[in-house]
Design a protein around this ligand. Structure first.
Ligand code: SF4
Length: 434
């Protein structure tokens, strides 16, 4: 049985070693996720895991489907990655698949990769294909139907890449796609064309160097967003190395990191990771959540550890038909996130990737949800509802209209959350366009 170890490198991270040590991909292995601490001859010492509360449901699941794995194994993120569920026989052992799901699971049926961590699988309803979190990760034949207006790359990211893996769309910031690996793949992923490709480590090594050179040579870039794939699936050493390199570029003022790890692989948030995060402030973290069912004790603990490490946490949620497209679900999600110290930041209209029609709602649904929240709950619980404009237009905010217009005397007429009108003496202020 595999020992549950958090390992500490005997020497400071070696940038060349971090990249060159990685092996090739194989099922469930990330080339940069198992980096130097597992190399032969590398000294490692065991650090006891902090107490992790495992919910009763997850505990039952673990004992039923993985009786050979100890609780230490289960709480080890490397064990979770090694034991990802990636095939029809594996998932059929756990869920009663519908005919539609079973057909969609046949290799080559859909263009999207499939993988689910055992932890996230423990949240799925084995009997109900319509359960929201199950719909997020289990393929359906609807993915095979490309509809009008859909595209593999609706945001035009590939045409804004000055070097491979670096999207430069806004003048002062870049999106750095540091990996194509996720522990669990979302069926509505905007980058489904680019994730799960299992590219070899040397490909990323070259990409990282070219991207870093580009950022260093572009003084206008003050903000770098590390995403992928999932940036928190990198090893501590690889992440530390990357963040150190970025910190040496004088015009990079701060770094953001995008991840769904706390929702799908909360075991990844270890003390060792939080030490890396502490070393690289200001570092902001954008987390991805879809449904309140994802807010388990394990996930809450992971968010709290990241917050304690000093990283401001924001969340991003994609509006998904049959998953979270009703005010009560969204309110429960956003309230739960605030309790976990995560600020709901963006609510996205679902991007029109190929085969996404079954997930997309009318834009009016998002406006209705924002209207149901604004004024009815804490302002921090109300995210910005945005459409990432197809073709590369960037995020465009969409919101209910609370401005009724101008009165004849120049007052601005406003409608509040209850539908009552109020006037603001805008005309009395010189220079206003009354
Ligand atoms: S975690 Fe993010 S990048 Fe990975 S599959 Fe989900 S949406 Fe895509």
């Amino acid at each position: 049985m595999k020992e549950c170890l958090e390992t500490t490198a005997a020497e400071p991270p070696d940038p060349a070693g971090v990249l060159s040590s990685a092996g090739d991909f194989d099922a469930g292995h990330h080339p940069l996720a198992y980096a130097p601490d597992q190399r032969p001859g590398r000294r490692a010492r065991a650090i006891p895991l902090p107490h992790v509360h495992v919910s009763a449901r997850t505990k039952d699941f673990h004992e039923r489907f993985y009786p050979q794995a100890s609780l230490k194994d289960w709480n080890d993120w490397r064990w979770q990655l090694k034991n990802r569920i990636t095939s029809l026989p594996d998932i059929a052992r756990i869920l009663h698949l519908s005919n539609d799901e079973r057909r969609a699971m046949f290799p080559g049926q859909t263009g999207l990769p499939f993988a689910v961590t055992p932890y996230y699988a423990s949240l799925l309803d084995p009997e109900n294909p319509a359960q929201p979190v199950r719909r997020c990760v289990i393929p359906s034949m609807a993915e095979t139907c490309a509809g009008p207006g859909e595209a593999a790359d609706p945001l035009g990211e590939d045409s804004h890449m000055p070097v491979p893996g670096l999207v430069h769309r806004y003048p002062d910031r870049v999106l750095f796609l540091v990996t194509d690996f996720c522990s669990t793949y979302c069926r509505y992923c905007t980058r489904s064309r680019a994730v799960g490709g299992h590219k070899a480590a040397h490909v990323f090594k070259k990409r990282w160097e070219r991207a870093l050179e580009y950022i260093a040579a572009t003084p206008g870039v003050r903000d770098v967003l590390l995403s992928g794939g999932d940036a928190l699936t990198l090893s501590d050493e690889a992440l530390d190395w990357l963040l150190s390199r970025l910190s040496r570029i004088p015009h990079v003022e701060f770094v953001r990191l995008g991840s769904k790890v706390p929702a799908v692989l909360p075991q990844r948030v270890t003390k060792s990771l939080t030490r890396v995060i502490r070393r690289h402030h200001p570092l902001w973290i954008s987390l991805h959540f879809a449904h309140p069912d994802e807010l388990t004790p394990e996930t809450t603990r992971a968010c709290e550890m990241l917050a304690d490490a000093g990283a401001p946490l924001g969340s991003q949620t994609v509006l998904l038909q049959g998953v979270n497209d009703d005010p009560a679900t969204m309110k429960a999600l956003f309230h739960g996130l605030l309790k976990a110290r995560v600020r709901p930041y963006y609510l996205y209209q679902c991007d029109p990737i190929n085969g996404s029609a079954h997930f997309r709602t009318k834009v009016g649904k998002g406006i209705e949800i924002i209207r149901s929240l604004r004024g009815h709950t804490t302002g921090y619980a109300v995210p910005h509802f945005v459409i990432d404009a197809p073709g590369g237009g960037g995020k465009i905010p969409v919101s209910p209209d609370y401005v009724a217009g101008y009165a004849e005397d120049g007052d601005l007429v406003l409608t509040n959350y209850e539908g009552r009108t109020f006037r603001y003496p805008d005309g009395a202020v010189s220079g206003n366009p009354a």
